[in-house]
Design a protein around this ligand. Structure first.
Ligand SMILES: Cc1cc2nc3c(=O)[nH]c(=O)nc-3n(C[C@H](O)[C@H](O)[C@H](O)COP(=O)(O)O)c2cc1C
Length: 239
């Protein structure tokens, strides 16, 4: 059995990988082998899940099938026959709305796309479907009968995939954009009837020079989202 404690000096490595991971949206032409992808997924399979149910499924695409699916999705996106995404309530809670607006400003700003340029924004959204030019694309799915707590498990697995990848020098971008296109994706991948597309993920080696990969996405300070209960002023357990 693997040791439960990280040796001193290695503990910082985890923080380093957590901070170094970014959503990468431009890739070099360097390919990824099947062995590399499986190595990442094997490591990520250590993710915890409620009663060890491990509700995640993942479809790994590369080469012609990935291009063909991308083409079908672009076509569906352009035709706009499927209902628009409803990933968020409308309106978003105020603080989240502010952060979303800041994300958009930084993202489209890095690409030189103006606020009002809906066409250019749509073209950038469309780039999701060729996995931003990555050599490998993943589609994550889950049994549609499962509820939000199992989706939490899936999220933990998705993050584990990104961290395991980054620890191996491999970049990723999680992509909810695929979820809307489940009716196109499911038959293409031969999904089981109960399976539903949760999200996708680009995977490959990021182009370090691309401005879109050089954005900083700020995080709230820990005090902004944390309530400490039962600690005294000195940070010890209250007497
Ligand atoms: C569940 C999830 C879905 C996301 N979907 C998309 C997406 O469809 N397209 C995209 O470009 N980025 C997507 N992102 C990336 C976020 O925009 C990104 O994580 C956020 O802006 C923070 O930046 P960072 O990942 O570089 O730290 C998604 C992230 C998560 C966690």
């Amino acid at each position: 059995m693997a040791p439960r404690e990280l040796p001193p000096g290695r503990r910082e490595d985890v923080d380093h990988v957590l901070k170094a991971r970014r959503s990468v949206r431009a890739y070099t032409g360097r390919p990824l082998s099947r062995a590399q992808v499986l190595d990442v997924l094997r490591a990520a399979a250590a993710a915890p899940s409620n009663s060890n149910t491990q509700p995640w499924r993942v479809h790994v695409l590369t080469g012609t099938p990935m291009k063909t699916l991308g083409g079908l999705l672009v076509e569906a996106f352009r035709k706009a026959e499927l209902p628009p995404s409803r990933h968020f309530p409308d309106p978003l809670p105020e603080a989240l709305g502010r952060r979303q607006a800041e994300f958009a400003q930084r993202y489209y700003g890095a690409l030189g796309i103006g606020r009002e340029d809906a066409g250019a924004r749509a073209r950038q959204t469309q780039r999701n479907f060729d996995f931003f030019g990555a050599p490998v694309g993943l589609i994550f799915s889950i049994d549609a009968r499962l509820g939000r707590h199992s989706w939490l498990d899936l999220g933990l697995f998705v993050q584990s995939v990104m961290i395991a990848a980054k620890a191996r020098g491999i970049d990723t971008c999680p992509q909810v954009s695929f979820a809307r296109f489940h009716p196109v994706i499911a038959p293409f991948l031969g999904m089981a009837p109960e399976e539903v597309t949760a999200c996708g993920m680009a995977m490959g080696f990021g182009d370090a020079h691309a401005p879109v990969n050089r954005m900083d996405m700020p995080r709230q300070p820990v005090e902004a989202f944390t309530r400490l209960v039962g600690f005294d002023e000195a940070g010890r357990v209250e007497a």
